[in-house]
Design a protein around this ligand. Structure first.
Ligand SMILES: [Zn+2]
Ligand SMILES: [Zn+2]
Length: 407
């Protein structure tokens, strides 16, 4: 493969360009794309910054990331968007896209000035962290986002049903923890799908975590301009972990029973669900080293996404490697770029190099993120990301001298 001016100019077996990769035994994939991350900037730079978040993304093989707007202050004004866009250009190792709020203060009441937000550089709009509670309000938001030409990322949750801290089921009952039923997600997902169909807005439903929500998406597929993602943790972990009562395992939507994990996995395999997105959500130890009921919800995601999915799904034969790469790179890449995405001549050289034969243990001190709330801590995972290339530049390098210039 040959790279020139940040683009792939030639794909072949003979490497005779001015830069070369000695990639013997490694797998080269199109760069992974994460449409859902919290880099906690502005406001909680003690948990993550653009610099550390993008370094964690690069360490996980991600070359493009969408930053969520539920920061402090909320990204709901053009001046905040333009400030973030400028900072990202200087501080991010990977391509970072700024999303803005759908409603002022994420409150689900007054719409933001979406056209101005777009002019300031917003890539999409989202009230992530919260669901929009009133269907009429959500419908107006979809119509306005459509007229502004902005995609919407929706966190589907009915707060009148989501009154607990874990999934309502056997695990919650055994642990004595208040549960939220799966319907808290399903009812909101159904509403969003109906309204997306009617309005024709470009809607992306994020972190689908129940088998029923996945089935609903299947019904609406082809009827609306919708895409969806699910997370590595909903594909690999279940609510049995809440029996530990540890705050580390609190996340929203909550970890679900195995039937949901399997249903969501089947939907990803068949293409009903389109992407994997991490919902990378760093939290300070003071917010996670607590009893589960008091902890902040959220997991780190960037650095373990591909290894966890490769270990749990691909190696066990439940998902093909090519479908995983499609879900982590090609499909979200097309969504972000609006066209073809992959390793081909003329494409931007956004690439990820993985050693599938390597194994590593997830340890707090080895994580690049400023926080350490990974639900995989202590687990041994297969597949190590050894190189991440953005626009022809190596932004994560465990290759050492293998990457260099050659005359
Ligand atoms: Zn969310
Ligand atoms: Zn989120």
């Amino acid at each position: 493969m040959r790279l020139s001016a940040g683009r792939v100019t030639e794909v072949g077996k003979n490497l005779q360009g001015t830069r070369y990769l000695d990639a013997d035994g490694l797998h080269l994939f199109p760069g992974f794309v994460d449409v859902h991350a919290h880099w906690r900037t502005p406001g909680r730079e003690d948990e993550e910054t653009i610099e550390t978040g993008s370094a964690a993304a690069a360490a996980g093989g991600f070359t493009s990331v969408v930053m969520m707007p539920n920061t402090d202050p909320v990204v709901d004004k053009p001046v905040i968007v333009s400030g973030l866009v400028r900072r990202v250009e200087k501080e991010s190792r990977v391509r970072a896209y700024v999303s803005a709020a759908l409603h002022e203060g994420l409150k689900g009441e007054r719409l933001t000035e979406m056209r101005l937000l777009k002019d300031a550089g917003a890539f999409c709009v989202s009230d992530d962290g919260l669901g929009t509670q009133k269907a009429g309000v959500l419908r107006n938001a979809m119509l306005y986002a459509k007229s502004a030409g902005l995609p919407i990322i929706l966190h589907c949750e009915d707060h009148t049903l989501a009154t607990g801290v874990v999934n309502d089921g056997i695990a919650a009952a055994l642990a004595g923890l208040p549960g939220s039923p799966g319907s808290a997600e399903d009812v909101a997902t159904a509403t969003a799908l109906v309204l997306a169909t009617e309005t024709g807005a470009k809607v992306h439903i994020t972190h689908v975590s129940t088998a029923l929500s996945a089935a609903l998406v299947g019904f609406f597929k082809g009827r609306a301009d919708i895409t969806t993602d699910t997370t590595p943790h909903h594909l690999t972990l279940t609510d049995e972990l809440v029996s530990t009562l540890e705050g580390l395992y609190r996340v929203n939507p909550p970890l679900r029973p195995d039937e949901d994990r399997v249903g969501v996995g089947d939907a990803l395999k068949s293409g009903i669900l389109d992407f994997v997105a991490t919902d990378h959500a760093p939290h300070a130890a003071s917010e996670k080293d607590l009893p589960l009921e008091e902890a902040a919800p959220g997991f780190l995601g960037h650095e373990t996404a591909f290894p966890a999915l490769y270990t749990e799904l691909v190696r066990s034969g439940k998902l093909s490697l090519s479908r995983l790469v499609e879900a982590m790179a090609s499909a979200p890449g097309r969504w972000i770029g609006g066209g073809a995405y992959g390793v081909s001549a003329g494409a931007p050289a956004d690439l990820t190099l993985v050693d599938l034969s390597d194994e590593w243990t997830v340890r707090e001190d080895a994580l690049v993120s400023r926080s350490s709330n990974s639900p995989y801590l202590g687990r041994k995972l297969a597949a190590r990301i050894v190189g991440t290339i953005v626009g022809g530049e190596l932004v994560h390098n465990e290759l050492g001298a293998k990457f260099g210039a050659r005359g």
